[in-house]
Design a protein around this ligand. Structure first.
Ligand SMILES: [Ca+2]
Ligand SMILES: [Ca+2]
Ligand SMILES: [Ca+2]
Length: 642
């Protein structure tokens, strides 16, 4: 019932170095074993409360910096994030941003939040909450459409001072999608805490304004250079952000029926007309939030360490890589990445975007001179300027020297093409190859012309799933030498998980032709391939569920691009590829059928919006807010003006 599925973008070589122990054969090559749902180690099946067809398991996703970003990527310890001034964020349905003026000399502040202006009671967890030396804090887990009162009291080593004025905030209207953020210590203890929280609030506000599904999505947010325990290995270079979500295997017909019944927009009607007449896979793997968006019983089930089990309080975990140069406010600090865009990207993954498509081929390489290997007899390492890694292994053979490659990794027990790079200035030489202790197979190595010239041969071998395969080269005939060895490469064939993700229902290579593989091109279309909305990325290590990315700077720096660029930002919207995709996989887009106003109407709307925004800023300076005003601003912002 529990099957592991991983959606992530770790390239094979990196996945390999991160995974210890066995690799689940059906999972292709990108699973970190430590992400297995290990919480209920005593037979988790017995404890799962979910319907049999809805077994959850862990899945991850990572977003990367564009190539340029990778090359320029400085070491983590070179990055000293500047403390950003906090720009305010509008209340969402479940949260508001409390802000206050700094008191000089204060070491920190105690925060009170109440539904009564006399503070006769307190909101759970917000009675004298020590928020540290910040001047803003997001208050979460609130009721929609409710007015809250808050005040702060500064403290120093000598004690605490008097209360500030009482300030108020009102959460957004009760109906519609709710995303409830929970902030990990890595955010609340950070000097930039208030700016990070405000940025996340702004991202959430966009989703809540766009979608009206009556569900609450719980997301744990982190700011760290590593995935949550139990796999706290620092992120490889190039990773900007990462998310975990709870995937459910839902029977094909159950999901498709629910999706059809969920249609509320013209996008939905067009997209549903393009659904296949018969099942393309046994199940569809939807995230817990996506399942609920189409009315299925798929509760959140993730714990703060990324493991999954009954009662897990989160639908997913979003981690911003703290080793990357991010800006939490816009305009961006020059040379930095937009944090809000990365947060939106990972929210998209938690709530449902992603693909089952995986790279069909990958390769890993092992140097002969690696210290992982075992040399015996007369075999030894020698410098070799023309070789990979600048070294080779010499004197294998003569019934003495052997070279054994250890820790050769395979994602499934399967046959693989092995490439052997070698040097041979003699006539043809011979060696035996023994795989995992099996009887040796003779291989012949033609001359490469000199002992400074690298050549290669290929053969086929069978490897076991896991990372403990051994390959041993030897020659038992006295006086008979094997060639010098530079390195070996193992190609790996990986099959994608059989079950589609919802987004894969809309993946095409041309009009009327679906493409659910990493071969050729694929694009997102809701009308059977007639209209290409955006291309899907086919280039590992970028995620193959993300959009095809242009080189930096990008003409379309979409939120869901597989690679992000410094100094560029974007948000999801009702007409962005992300907004359309979330709409057709089961979210109820609020204003999808809204016509685009003409130019004159747009300039009038712009003027009205600016007037309202000025009024809002005046109120904010007085620490007041007007929910009706906020709603009017939001409605105007949703007009499809250029
Ligand atoms: Ca080498
Ligand atoms: Ca919809
Ligand atoms: Ca829905």
């Amino acid at each position: 019932m529990l099957s592991l599925l991983a959606i992530c973008a770790i390239p094979f070589a990196l996945a390999q170095s991160r995974s210890g122990g066995n690799i689940e054969p059906s999972v292709a090559n990108r699973v970190d074993q430590s992400q297995l749902p290990t919480r209920n180690s005593n037979s988790p099946e017995q404890n799962i409360l979910f319907p049999a067809s809805l077994g959850p398991s862990a899945a991850t996703h990572e977003t990367r910096a564009g190539l340029q970003g990778v090359i320029e990527f400085p070491n983590a310890n070179e990055i000293t994030p500047p403390i950003e001034t906090v720009s305010s964020a509008a209340p969402t349905r479940s949260s508001f941003m409390a802000t206050w003026d700094s008191v000089s000399g204060a070491k920190g502040y105690f925060l009170d939040v109440s539904t009564s202006n006399s503070f006769s009671t307190y909101v759970d967890g917000y009675h004298g909450l020590d928020v540290g030396d910040v001047n803003g804090r997001v208050v979460t887990g609130l009721n929609p459409g409710t007015t809250y009162y808050y005040r702060v009291r500064p403290y120093t080593d000598a004690g605490s001072g008097g209360y500030s004025n009482v300030m108020t905030a009102t959460t957004e209207a009760p109906t519609g999608l709710m995303i409830n953020p929970i902030f990990d210590d890595s955010i609340t203890m950070n000097p930039n805490s208030a700016a990070i929280q405000a940025m996340i609030m702004r991202a959430i506000g966009i989703y809540e304004s766009l979608f009206s599904d009556p569900i609450t999505i719980e997301i744990l947010f982190r700011y760290s250079d590593a995935a949550p325990a139990p796999s706290p290995t620092p992120f490889p270079p190039g990773v900007l952000s990462q998310s975990f979500f709870v995937p459910y295997d839902i029977r094909w017909n159950d999901f498709i029926s629910a999706l059809r019944a969920d249609a509320t927009t013209s996008n939905d009607n067009i997209a549903n007309a393009s659904l296949p007449g018969s099942a393309l896979s046994t199940n569809i793997v939807a995230s817990s939030a996506n399942g609920r968006a189409v009315g299925l019983n798929t509760p959140h089930a993730m714990f703060s360490d990324g493991t999954i089990g009954p009662g897990g309080p989160y639908d997913g975990i979003v981690t911003l890589n703290s080793a990357q140069p991010f800006s939490f406010t816009r305009p961006l600090i020059s040379g930095s990445f937009d944090a809000q865009r990365s947060v939106e990207h990972e929210i998209d993954e938690v709530i449902g975007l992603g693909s089952h498509v995986r790279p069909t081929s990958c390769a890993s390489s092992y140097e002969a001179e690696s210290s992982d290997n075992t040399l015996t007899g007369g075999a030894g390492i020698q410098s070799c300027p023309t070789c990979s890694g600048g070294a080779e292994v010499v004197y294998v053979g003569n019934n003495s020297g052997t070279l054994q490659f250890n820790n050769v990794t395979a994602n499934a027990t399967h046959s693989y093409v092995l490439t052997i790079w070698y040097l041979n200035g003699d006539a043809t030489r011979y060696a035996y190859l023994s795989v995992n202790g099996s009887p040796g197979t003779p291989l012949s190595f033609p001359s490469t012309g000199s002992f400074q010239t690298v050549g290669s041969i290929q053969t086929t071998i069978t490897l076991n799933a896991g990372s403990s395969n051994t390959l041993t080269f030897y020659n038992p005939i006295t006086g008979n030498w094997a060639p010098d060895f530079d390195r070996i490469g193992v190609s790996c064939a990986s099959t994608p998980p059989a079950n589609l993700r919802p987004q894969d229902l809309f993946s095409w290579s041309s009009r009327g032709v679906r493409n659910l593989t990493s071969d050729g091109s694929r694009y997102f279309s809701i009308d059977s391939g007639i209209t290409n909305i955006v291309g899907f990325n086919q280039a590992p290590p970028g995620d193959l569920g993300d959009w095809l990315s242009e080189a930096c700077p990008q003409r379309h720096p979409y939120v869901q691009n597989a690679f992000a660029c410094r100094d560029q930002y974007s948000d999801i919207s009702a007409t962005s590829p992300e907004g359309i995709s979330l709409d057709v996989i089961g979210y109820d887009l609020v204003n999808a059928s809204m016509p685009t106003p003409n130019t004159t109407a747009c300039s009038l709307l712009q003027q009205r919006l600016h007037r309202l925004q000025r009024r809002k800023r005046r109120l904010q300076r007085l620490h007041r807010s007007n929910p009706r005003l906020n709603r009017r601003i939001r409605r105007l912002q949703l007009q499809h003006c250029p």
